[in-house]
Design a protein around this ligand. Structure first.
Ligand SMILES: NC(=O)c1ccc[n+]([C@@H]2O[C@H](COP(=O)([O-])OP(=O)(O)OC[C@H]3O[C@@H](n4cnc5c(N)ncnc54)[C@H](OP(=O)(O)O)[C@@H]3O)[C@@H](O)[C@H]2O)c1
Length: 301
């Protein structure tokens, strides 16, 4: 436990269990947009929790939200990276929480935090891909991937949503990726061994769409954020060199997400010019869903 730049207590390099409740946060009334106004000195501060804030897109979210006046809880395994954010955002309270979302204990600890804290915004961003042939994917890596990209976003959203509904305000951004839509792509066209990662992203998209429908009337917005290839440490940490590939900046991804939230987009695809393509995917899903009947389809008889 230490003091941050604002003189408030914060966690540094400790696990989130036992984290004391923020002393003065109970009501959030403003919503995040790309051009969020600076904090009204008479209003209570807005609070965002960002997972995977130690690098890439999560770090870009933390810096943008902090610059826009959000107090932050930043989650990741590399505590020293999270600590840097405290110094980089001296005008807001930043609480680093070191947690491993690759297993049940870490997910539970951060979910507890999401349930305790009056979050205005939850950004489920942490991720790993473990691209490799399905039969070679070690069970522990498959389990880690599923915890970070499926169990964690689901359980954190579940823990945070109740409070948001009670306050009638809040937003949940779930970082998926365009690979969510790549399931049917032939391997010759997309020679990336990606089955579990792609399935995890598809889970995030479906979860976000269904949750949006469930929570929209209660003032809670949900977004599935689907970037393409982004210039972060993501591929490099898996031994892939994509430095020669044109990549979007993490900052642009954040701009699209916050703007998309303001536009009411449920699936936000920063690199897709024609938003109608995403609507068409949803319409095709619904057409197939509605096209079923009780009787056995003719081709199976
Ligand atoms: N880069 C791309 O091309 C791309 C494209 C589409 C979608 N995405 C998605 O974007 C999200 C952010 O990735 P990025 O591109 O910004 O990559 P990145 O720079 O590698 O960041 C990944 C973040 O996730 C955290 N993380 C990974 N495993 C974790 C674990 N077990 N427990 C807690 N935190 C964990 C990392 O923190 P620690 O290592 O400190 O724990 C790091 O902060 C991911 O969910 C990814 O699926 C990325």
């Amino acid at each position: 436990m230490g003091l941050d730049a604002g003189g408030n207590q914060r966690e540094g390099g400790v696990r989130p269990r036992g984290v004391p409740q923020a002393p003065h946060e109970s009501q959030r009334t403003m919503t995040p947009t790309a051009d969020t106004p600076s904090r009204d000195p008479h209003s209570r501060p807005r609070l965002a929790l960002v997972t995977g804030a130690s690098s890439g897109i999560g770090r870009a979210f933390a810096l943008r939200l902090g610059a826009n006046g959000f107090d932050l809880i930043v989650v990741g395994r590399r505590g020293e990276r999270l600590e840097q954010l405290v110094g980089e955002l001296p005008n807001v309270t930043v609480r680093p929480v070191v947690a491993d979302l690759g297993g049940d204990a870490g997910v539970q600890a951060v979910a507890d935090l999401c349930g305790r804290e009056p979050l205005t915004l939850l950004v489920n961003n942490a991720g790993v891909a473990h691209y490799m042939p399905f039969v070679d994917l070690p069970a522990d890596k498959a389990s880690e991937l599923l915890h970070v990209k499926v169990v964690a976003p689901t359980m954190l959203a579940r823990a945070a949503a109740g409070g948001m509904v009670a306050r009638g305000d809040g937003a949940i951004i779930n970082v998926a990726g365009m690979l969510a839509f790549s399931g049917p792509a032939p391997l010759e066209r997309l020679p990336l061994r990606r089955a579990v990662y792609t399935a995890a992203l598809a889970h995030i998209v479906a979860l976000s769409q269904a949750l949006h429908e469930e929570l929209k009337a209660q003032g809670v917005r949900v977004q599935a954020l689907c970037p393409g290839v982004v210039a972060t440490e993501f591929h490099e940490r898996q031994g892939l060199d994509l430095s020669a590939v044109p990549r979007m900046s993490a900052d642009d991804v954040v701009t699209a997400s916050l703007r998309g939230l303001a536009l009411g987009e449920v699936v936000c695809a920063p690199g897709v010019e024609d938003a109608g393509l995403l609507d068409a995917v949803s319409q095709a899903d619904l057409a197939a869903f509605s096209g079923q009947a009780v009787g056995l389809a003719t081709r199976y008889r």
